[in-house]
Design a protein around this ligand. Structure first.
Ligand code: SAH
Length: 340
């Protein structure tokens, strides 16, 4: 089996090179080339021919190719449909904010979580991405725009905590000072609420921001739109979030997509405030994006405003997410889905 160097952690690479008879310092050189985006061994100018030959026999560097690219005329948001080495496609989005350039990346090809309002899950899960394939989205998007990406959100296609080990590897590599060197505080990971993995993540000691897709204040509503709630009830999820905050001292961001007539009443806001009472958290209100195959619709602007105001009155920290890339179907899975 050929080894994808883009998926290897520093210590793994060092062990592999030592086993292959290479000196220890080679690891730093090769790791830097690979993690900063080298596409072939030829680019590695400080590596001997003999070492390159050995690498070529045992390893490869995974790639992405741009299959489609759309640039929003409204706000400059860029959406890529990237093809993986096996032909499967994923989506990656570049957003420009005043604090820097953010990339929104995918963690799986498809998704098996089944959320009722989401386009990414419609065809189910094809496979998880490797650590290298996750990283490649940052590398290739950065190369394409020729500007430094400073922030990462794992909010694209897939459920990152359903691909736990590869996601952790990716986080270590993208943060590494010999790699892209992106600070953990500039990385957000969004989950639909896989409770046992939230506890595990708390123990990893990574100061990233955890986003939890809550979308409802109780089991009845949440169970109706998010099948994951049948496995982990909202009380268990909130308990895990409280434990996460206690362990990491990091604030959690709760995502709440407002769906007309489903979860957007003032009573829902009150119940939500009660559920999250006293927690170190922020509530991110998102007007739900309409997905053709689904019957869910965006809440009225006046209802969204009322929902937010009630939360604020009750002492919660709540903002409404600005919509980016509205003209290029920038929200999750909308582009890949067209190909299925
Ligand atoms: N699987 C992860 C990350 C991917 S989705 C998760 O569930 O968090 C990123 C966010 O977009 C999630 O909060 C998700 O619930 C939300 N989302 C998905 N489809 C949406 C839609 N049509 N409108 C608004 N938000 C949506």
């Amino acid at each position: 089996m050929m080894i994808d160097l883009r998926s290897m952690e520093y210590a793994e690479l060092e062990a592999f090179l030592t086993e292959s008879g290479e000196p220890k310092y080679r690891a730093k050189q090769i790791f830097s080339w690979v993690m900063q985006g080298a596409e072939s061994f030829d680019e590695m100018t400080n590596i001997s021919k003999k070492t390159k030959q050995m690498l070529m026999e045992k390893c490869f560097i995974s790639k992405l190719s741009i299959k489609e690219k759309y640039i929003s005329k409204i706000d400059g948001t860029i959406k890529y449909l990237f093809a993986l080495d096996d032909g499967n496609c994923i989506e990656t989005v570049i957003m420009r904010y005043h604090h820097g350039i953010t990339v929104c990346i995918s963690s799986q090809v498809g998704c098996r979580m089944g959320c009722g309002f989401c386009a990414s899950t419609i065809g189910g899960l094809y496979r998880s991405l490797t650590a290298g394939e996750i990283l490649n989205q940052v590398i290739y998007a950065q190369k394409d725009i020729k500007e430094r990406i400073s922030n990462i959100v794992m909010m694209g296609i897939g459920e990152p905590l359903d691909n736990y080990d590869n996601v952790i590897k990716f986080l270590h590599n993208v943060n590494h000072s010999d790699g892209l060197n992106i600070g953990y505080r500039h990385i957000s990971l969004s989950t639909c609420g896989i409770v046992d993995k939230i506890y595990k993540l708390a123990d990893e000691n990574l100061p990233i921001t955890l986003s939890v897709s809550l979308h409802a204040p109780n089991n009845e509503i949440r169970g109706g739109i998010m099948p994951v709630n049948h496995k982990y009830k909202i009380e268990e999820l909130i308990e895990a979030c409280r434990a996460y905050i206690k362990k990491t001292t990091r604030r959690i961001s709760f995502e709440y997509s407002l769906i007309s007539g489903v979860n957007d009443s003032v009573e829902n806001a009150e119940e939500l405030a009660k559920l999250l009472q006293g927690m170190l958290c922020h509530i991110n209100l998102i007007p739900v994006n309409h997905v053709e195959e689904r019957e869910y619709h965006k809440s009225k602007n006046s209802d969204i405003k009322k929902f937010q105001e009630r939360l604020i009155q009750l002492g919660m920290n709540a903002t409404i997410r600005r919509e980016l890339g509205a003209d290029i179907s920038a929200s999750c899975g909308q582009l890949r889905k067209k190909l299925l």
